[in-house]
Design a protein around this ligand. Structure first.
Ligand code: SAM
Length: 305
């Protein structure tokens, strides 16, 4: 039985492609969060005759396998139609924070599309969704600690910190009690955690539902998302080529603030500049087609020398 793979619909692809089109050199291209591959595929389709190596990186080997099948077959199709195309695609199961070790030369284009993919939310066994019976949330199934273990093992004050730091929840104690209560009584576990939280927490107008915020905070903690991003932002000079461009798409204010801060620091030197002062956001039309990208923000850093 073959079923259609669950595919993530990437954000801001048209914007990205039209900016990359204006750029002279695009020999080494890195998609640091390849997911099911929509950005990589668009880049390959548009610029295959200009790319030497495309690196498709993801920390989740399962999702990378889907990208590999799609991209390999696209490349074969291109090579069949056109001779003399020597583009190589490297699929790398790794953390983008390790790019300095992964790359053998500096990149002309680097893309990070942060956050969770539609695939993760839809595949219930991965434990990212409200309806999941399992509370796992690890992008890399073979390392780290599942969210359920985090909730059971961490003391309440530590859990409070996670909710405050990653979801800006002002009075987290009540939510932490609910999380503990869920695992303390097997009866509660007759419904998924997301459903349990949705039932017991009230939404405040103008804010995301507390259950959404709690899930988001747990996911960010379990995957060490902020530290990965910080580590990456620190190694930019080691991995981005002269005249190279770095594209970062964020969906979360903490991440966007961090990217903005680092870009500001880099552009204070003559070595880097911003591609555009204004952050690039999806159009109304794009949001209508894909609600999940409504909070996407794209920032672009250019390396002058
Ligand atoms: C929003 S999705 C990317 C979607 C992709 N651009 C597409 O269009 O299909 C984010 C991806 O980043 C991956 N990821 C998260 N943290 C990572 C890390 N530290 N290193 C590499 N990949 C990571 C996730 O597994 C997920 O597939």
């Amino acid at each position: 039985l073959s079923s259609e793979p669950i595919l993530h619909q990437g954000a801001l692809i048209n914007e990205l492609i039209s900016i990359i089109r204006k750029k002279q050199v695009k020999k080494i291209v890195v998609d640091g969060t390849c997911g099911t591959g929509s950005h990589s595929l668009a880049i390959l389709e548009n610029f295959y005759n200009e790319i030497d190596t495309l690196y498709c990186i993801d920390i989740d080997s399962e999702i990378l396998e889907i990208a590999k099948q799609r991209i390999t077959s696209k490349l074969a199709e291109i090579k069949e139609k056109e001779q003399n195309i020597n583009t190589i695609v490297n699929f790398v199961h790794n953390n983008y924070k390790n790019l300095a070790n992964i790359l053998s030369e500096k990149a002309d284009i680097i893309i990070l599309d942060l956050g969770v993919s539609y695939y993760h939310l839809k595949v219930k066994e991965r434990g990212f969704s409200f309806e999941s019976e399992i509370i796992d949330m690890r992008y890399d199934k073979n390392s780290g600690i599942p969210a359920s273990v985090v909730i059971k093992n961490l003391p309440p004050d530590k859990l409070c910190k996670i909710l405050t730091n990653y979801a800006d929840i002002k009075n987290p104690q009540r939510f932490v009690s609910l999380l503990k209560e869920y695992f303390n009584h097997t009866k509660n576990q007759e419904v998924p955690l997301g459903v349990f939280l949705a039932k017991h927490c009230k939404k405040v107008r103008g804010r995301l539902h507390p259950a959404t915020l709690i899930f988001q905070a747990l996911r960010m903690y379990v995957n060490d998302e902020i530290n990965n991003l910080k580590h990456f932002l620190n190694i930019i000079p080691q991995i981005l080529n002269i005249e190279g461009m770095l594209f970062i798409i964020t969906y979360h204010s903490i991440e966007d603030r961090l990217v903005k801060e680092y870009f500001k620091k880099y552009t204070a030197t003559k070595e880097f500049s911003l591609y555009s002062k204004k952050v690039i956001k999806p159009t109304y039309q794009e949001i209508l087609q894909n609600q999940s990208i409504r909070s996407a923000k794209l920032r672009i850093l250019y390396r002058n020398k």
